[in-house]
Design a protein around this ligand. Structure first.
Ligand code: TXA
Ligand code: MG
Length: 328
């Protein structure tokens, strides 16, 4: 593999000529295109099979660049950027004229985030402008947490993959709407409302499924994060037993704990801590799906956790799994 600097050069060239680059972040791999290049952004939608009204996040290298894409940059945005950027927090603000309406799904707001990954930051810095970055997977599927996952979906002709190793967080960023007061979480992620409220010194509305938040963040409508195989959550040995009775046939069990999995089943163990579980979840779902099982049974997250960090991650994991289970 060529040096990081050469690979970044190649990516910048490709982006400047209207091409697409999959880039690593701390959450999942993004499908990058120059945010102001409408044709390139259109090809991102086309390649993903993404509905036109589902807006894209613009990835920036810091608060200064973010200001160019937002019509106003409130004090709250600056404080959150100071506290959490680079990092897995996406801020929704009024868009500036610089943002083409194809990026925002026709809406008047733009989502901005500064990813915490050296290659992503170097790429944006060298390009000198923002890149859109939906997760680099066909719409509705499981997000990629390593370069190989991206290559499973797209050819090198379609997308140049900047390999930056496995994503450390493994769950997409928290999307926070700053256009309303109090601020509201539109998509739960590893930074929870408690941490945001602590920085703002004011209350923050948590994510509530189906309570208006889904309409404001259209990506949360319909199936998402879904393996092809039927996916269900279970709690405890009895829960797993009755699930397997209801859905007979080959199964893959993804769990933190040890379980009697029964015949014709395979176990994928994940770490029991929130960070480890979140980091490994998508790779496990992909591996499970690859077996083409009649059932993917995933152990439910714990109902309570000691720290705000853990609570946020488990809430995000539960939201992704609930959505995967709703899909089929
Ligand atoms: O962690 C992440 O955010 C990853 C990495 C690559 O940065 N990106 C990502 O993008 O997850 P995507 O497109 O898969 O999800 C973006 C989410 C969608 O739910 C979308 O509806 C929402 O953010 N979103 C984007 N722009 C928005 C806006 N202006 N208002 C409300 N929600 C928005
Ligand atoms: Mg996505």
């Amino acid at each position: 593999m060529s040096s990081p600097a050469n690979r970044i050069d190649a990516c910048v060239k490709r982006l400047r000529s209207g091409g697409l680059v999959a880039f690593p972040t701390e959450t999942v791999y993004g499908l990058g295109a120059v945010a102001t290049d409408e044709n390139a952004v259109a090809s991102v939608f086309a390649l993903k099979g993404r509905p036109a009204r589902n807006p894209l996040i613009v990835h920036v290298d810091g608060a200064e660049m973010a200001r160019a894409y937002s019509a106003n940059w409130p004090d709250a945005a600056q404080r959150l950027a100071d506290a959490f950027w680079p990092g897995p927090l996406t801020l929704v603000l009024p868009r500036s004229e610089r943002v083409p309406s194809i990026v925002t799904g026709g809406g008047e707001t733009v989502a901005l985030r500064c990813p915490d990954h050296p290659l992503a930051l170097a790429l944006i810095e060298q390009l000198g402008e923002g890149i859109v970055g939906p997760s680099a997977n066909p719409s509705g599927g499981v997000s990629p947490t390593c370069a190989e996952h991206v290559r499973d979906s797209f050819s090198e002709d379609q997308v140049y993959v900047l390999d930056g190793g496995a994503c450390v967080a493994g769950i997409e960023s928290t999307v926070l709407d700053l256009t309303q007061s109090p601020a509201r979480v539109l998509r739960p992620g590893v930074i929870g409302p408690e941490q945001v409220a602590a920085v703002l010194g004011s209350p923050v509305l948590g994510y509530v499924p189906g309570e208006g938040s889904d309409i404001r963040s259209p990506g949360l409508l319909g199936p998402h994060y879904a393996p092809r195989a039927t996916t269900r959550l279970f709690t405890g040995q009895d829960g797993l037993g009755s699930l397997r009775t209801r859905r007979p046939g080959p199964a893959v069990v993804i769990a933190r704990g040890a379980f009697e999995i029964g015949p014709d089943a395979q176990m994928l163990r994940l770490p029991s801590d929130a960070r480890g579980f979140g980091a490994g979840l998508y790779a496990a779902l992909r591996e499970a799906d690859g077996q083409n099982p009649a059932l993917i049974a995933v152990e439910s997250p714990p109902r309570s956790a000691e720290t705000a960090d853990e609570r946020a991650i488990w809430a995000a994991v539960l939201e992704r799994l609930t959505r995967a289970a709703d899909a089929g």
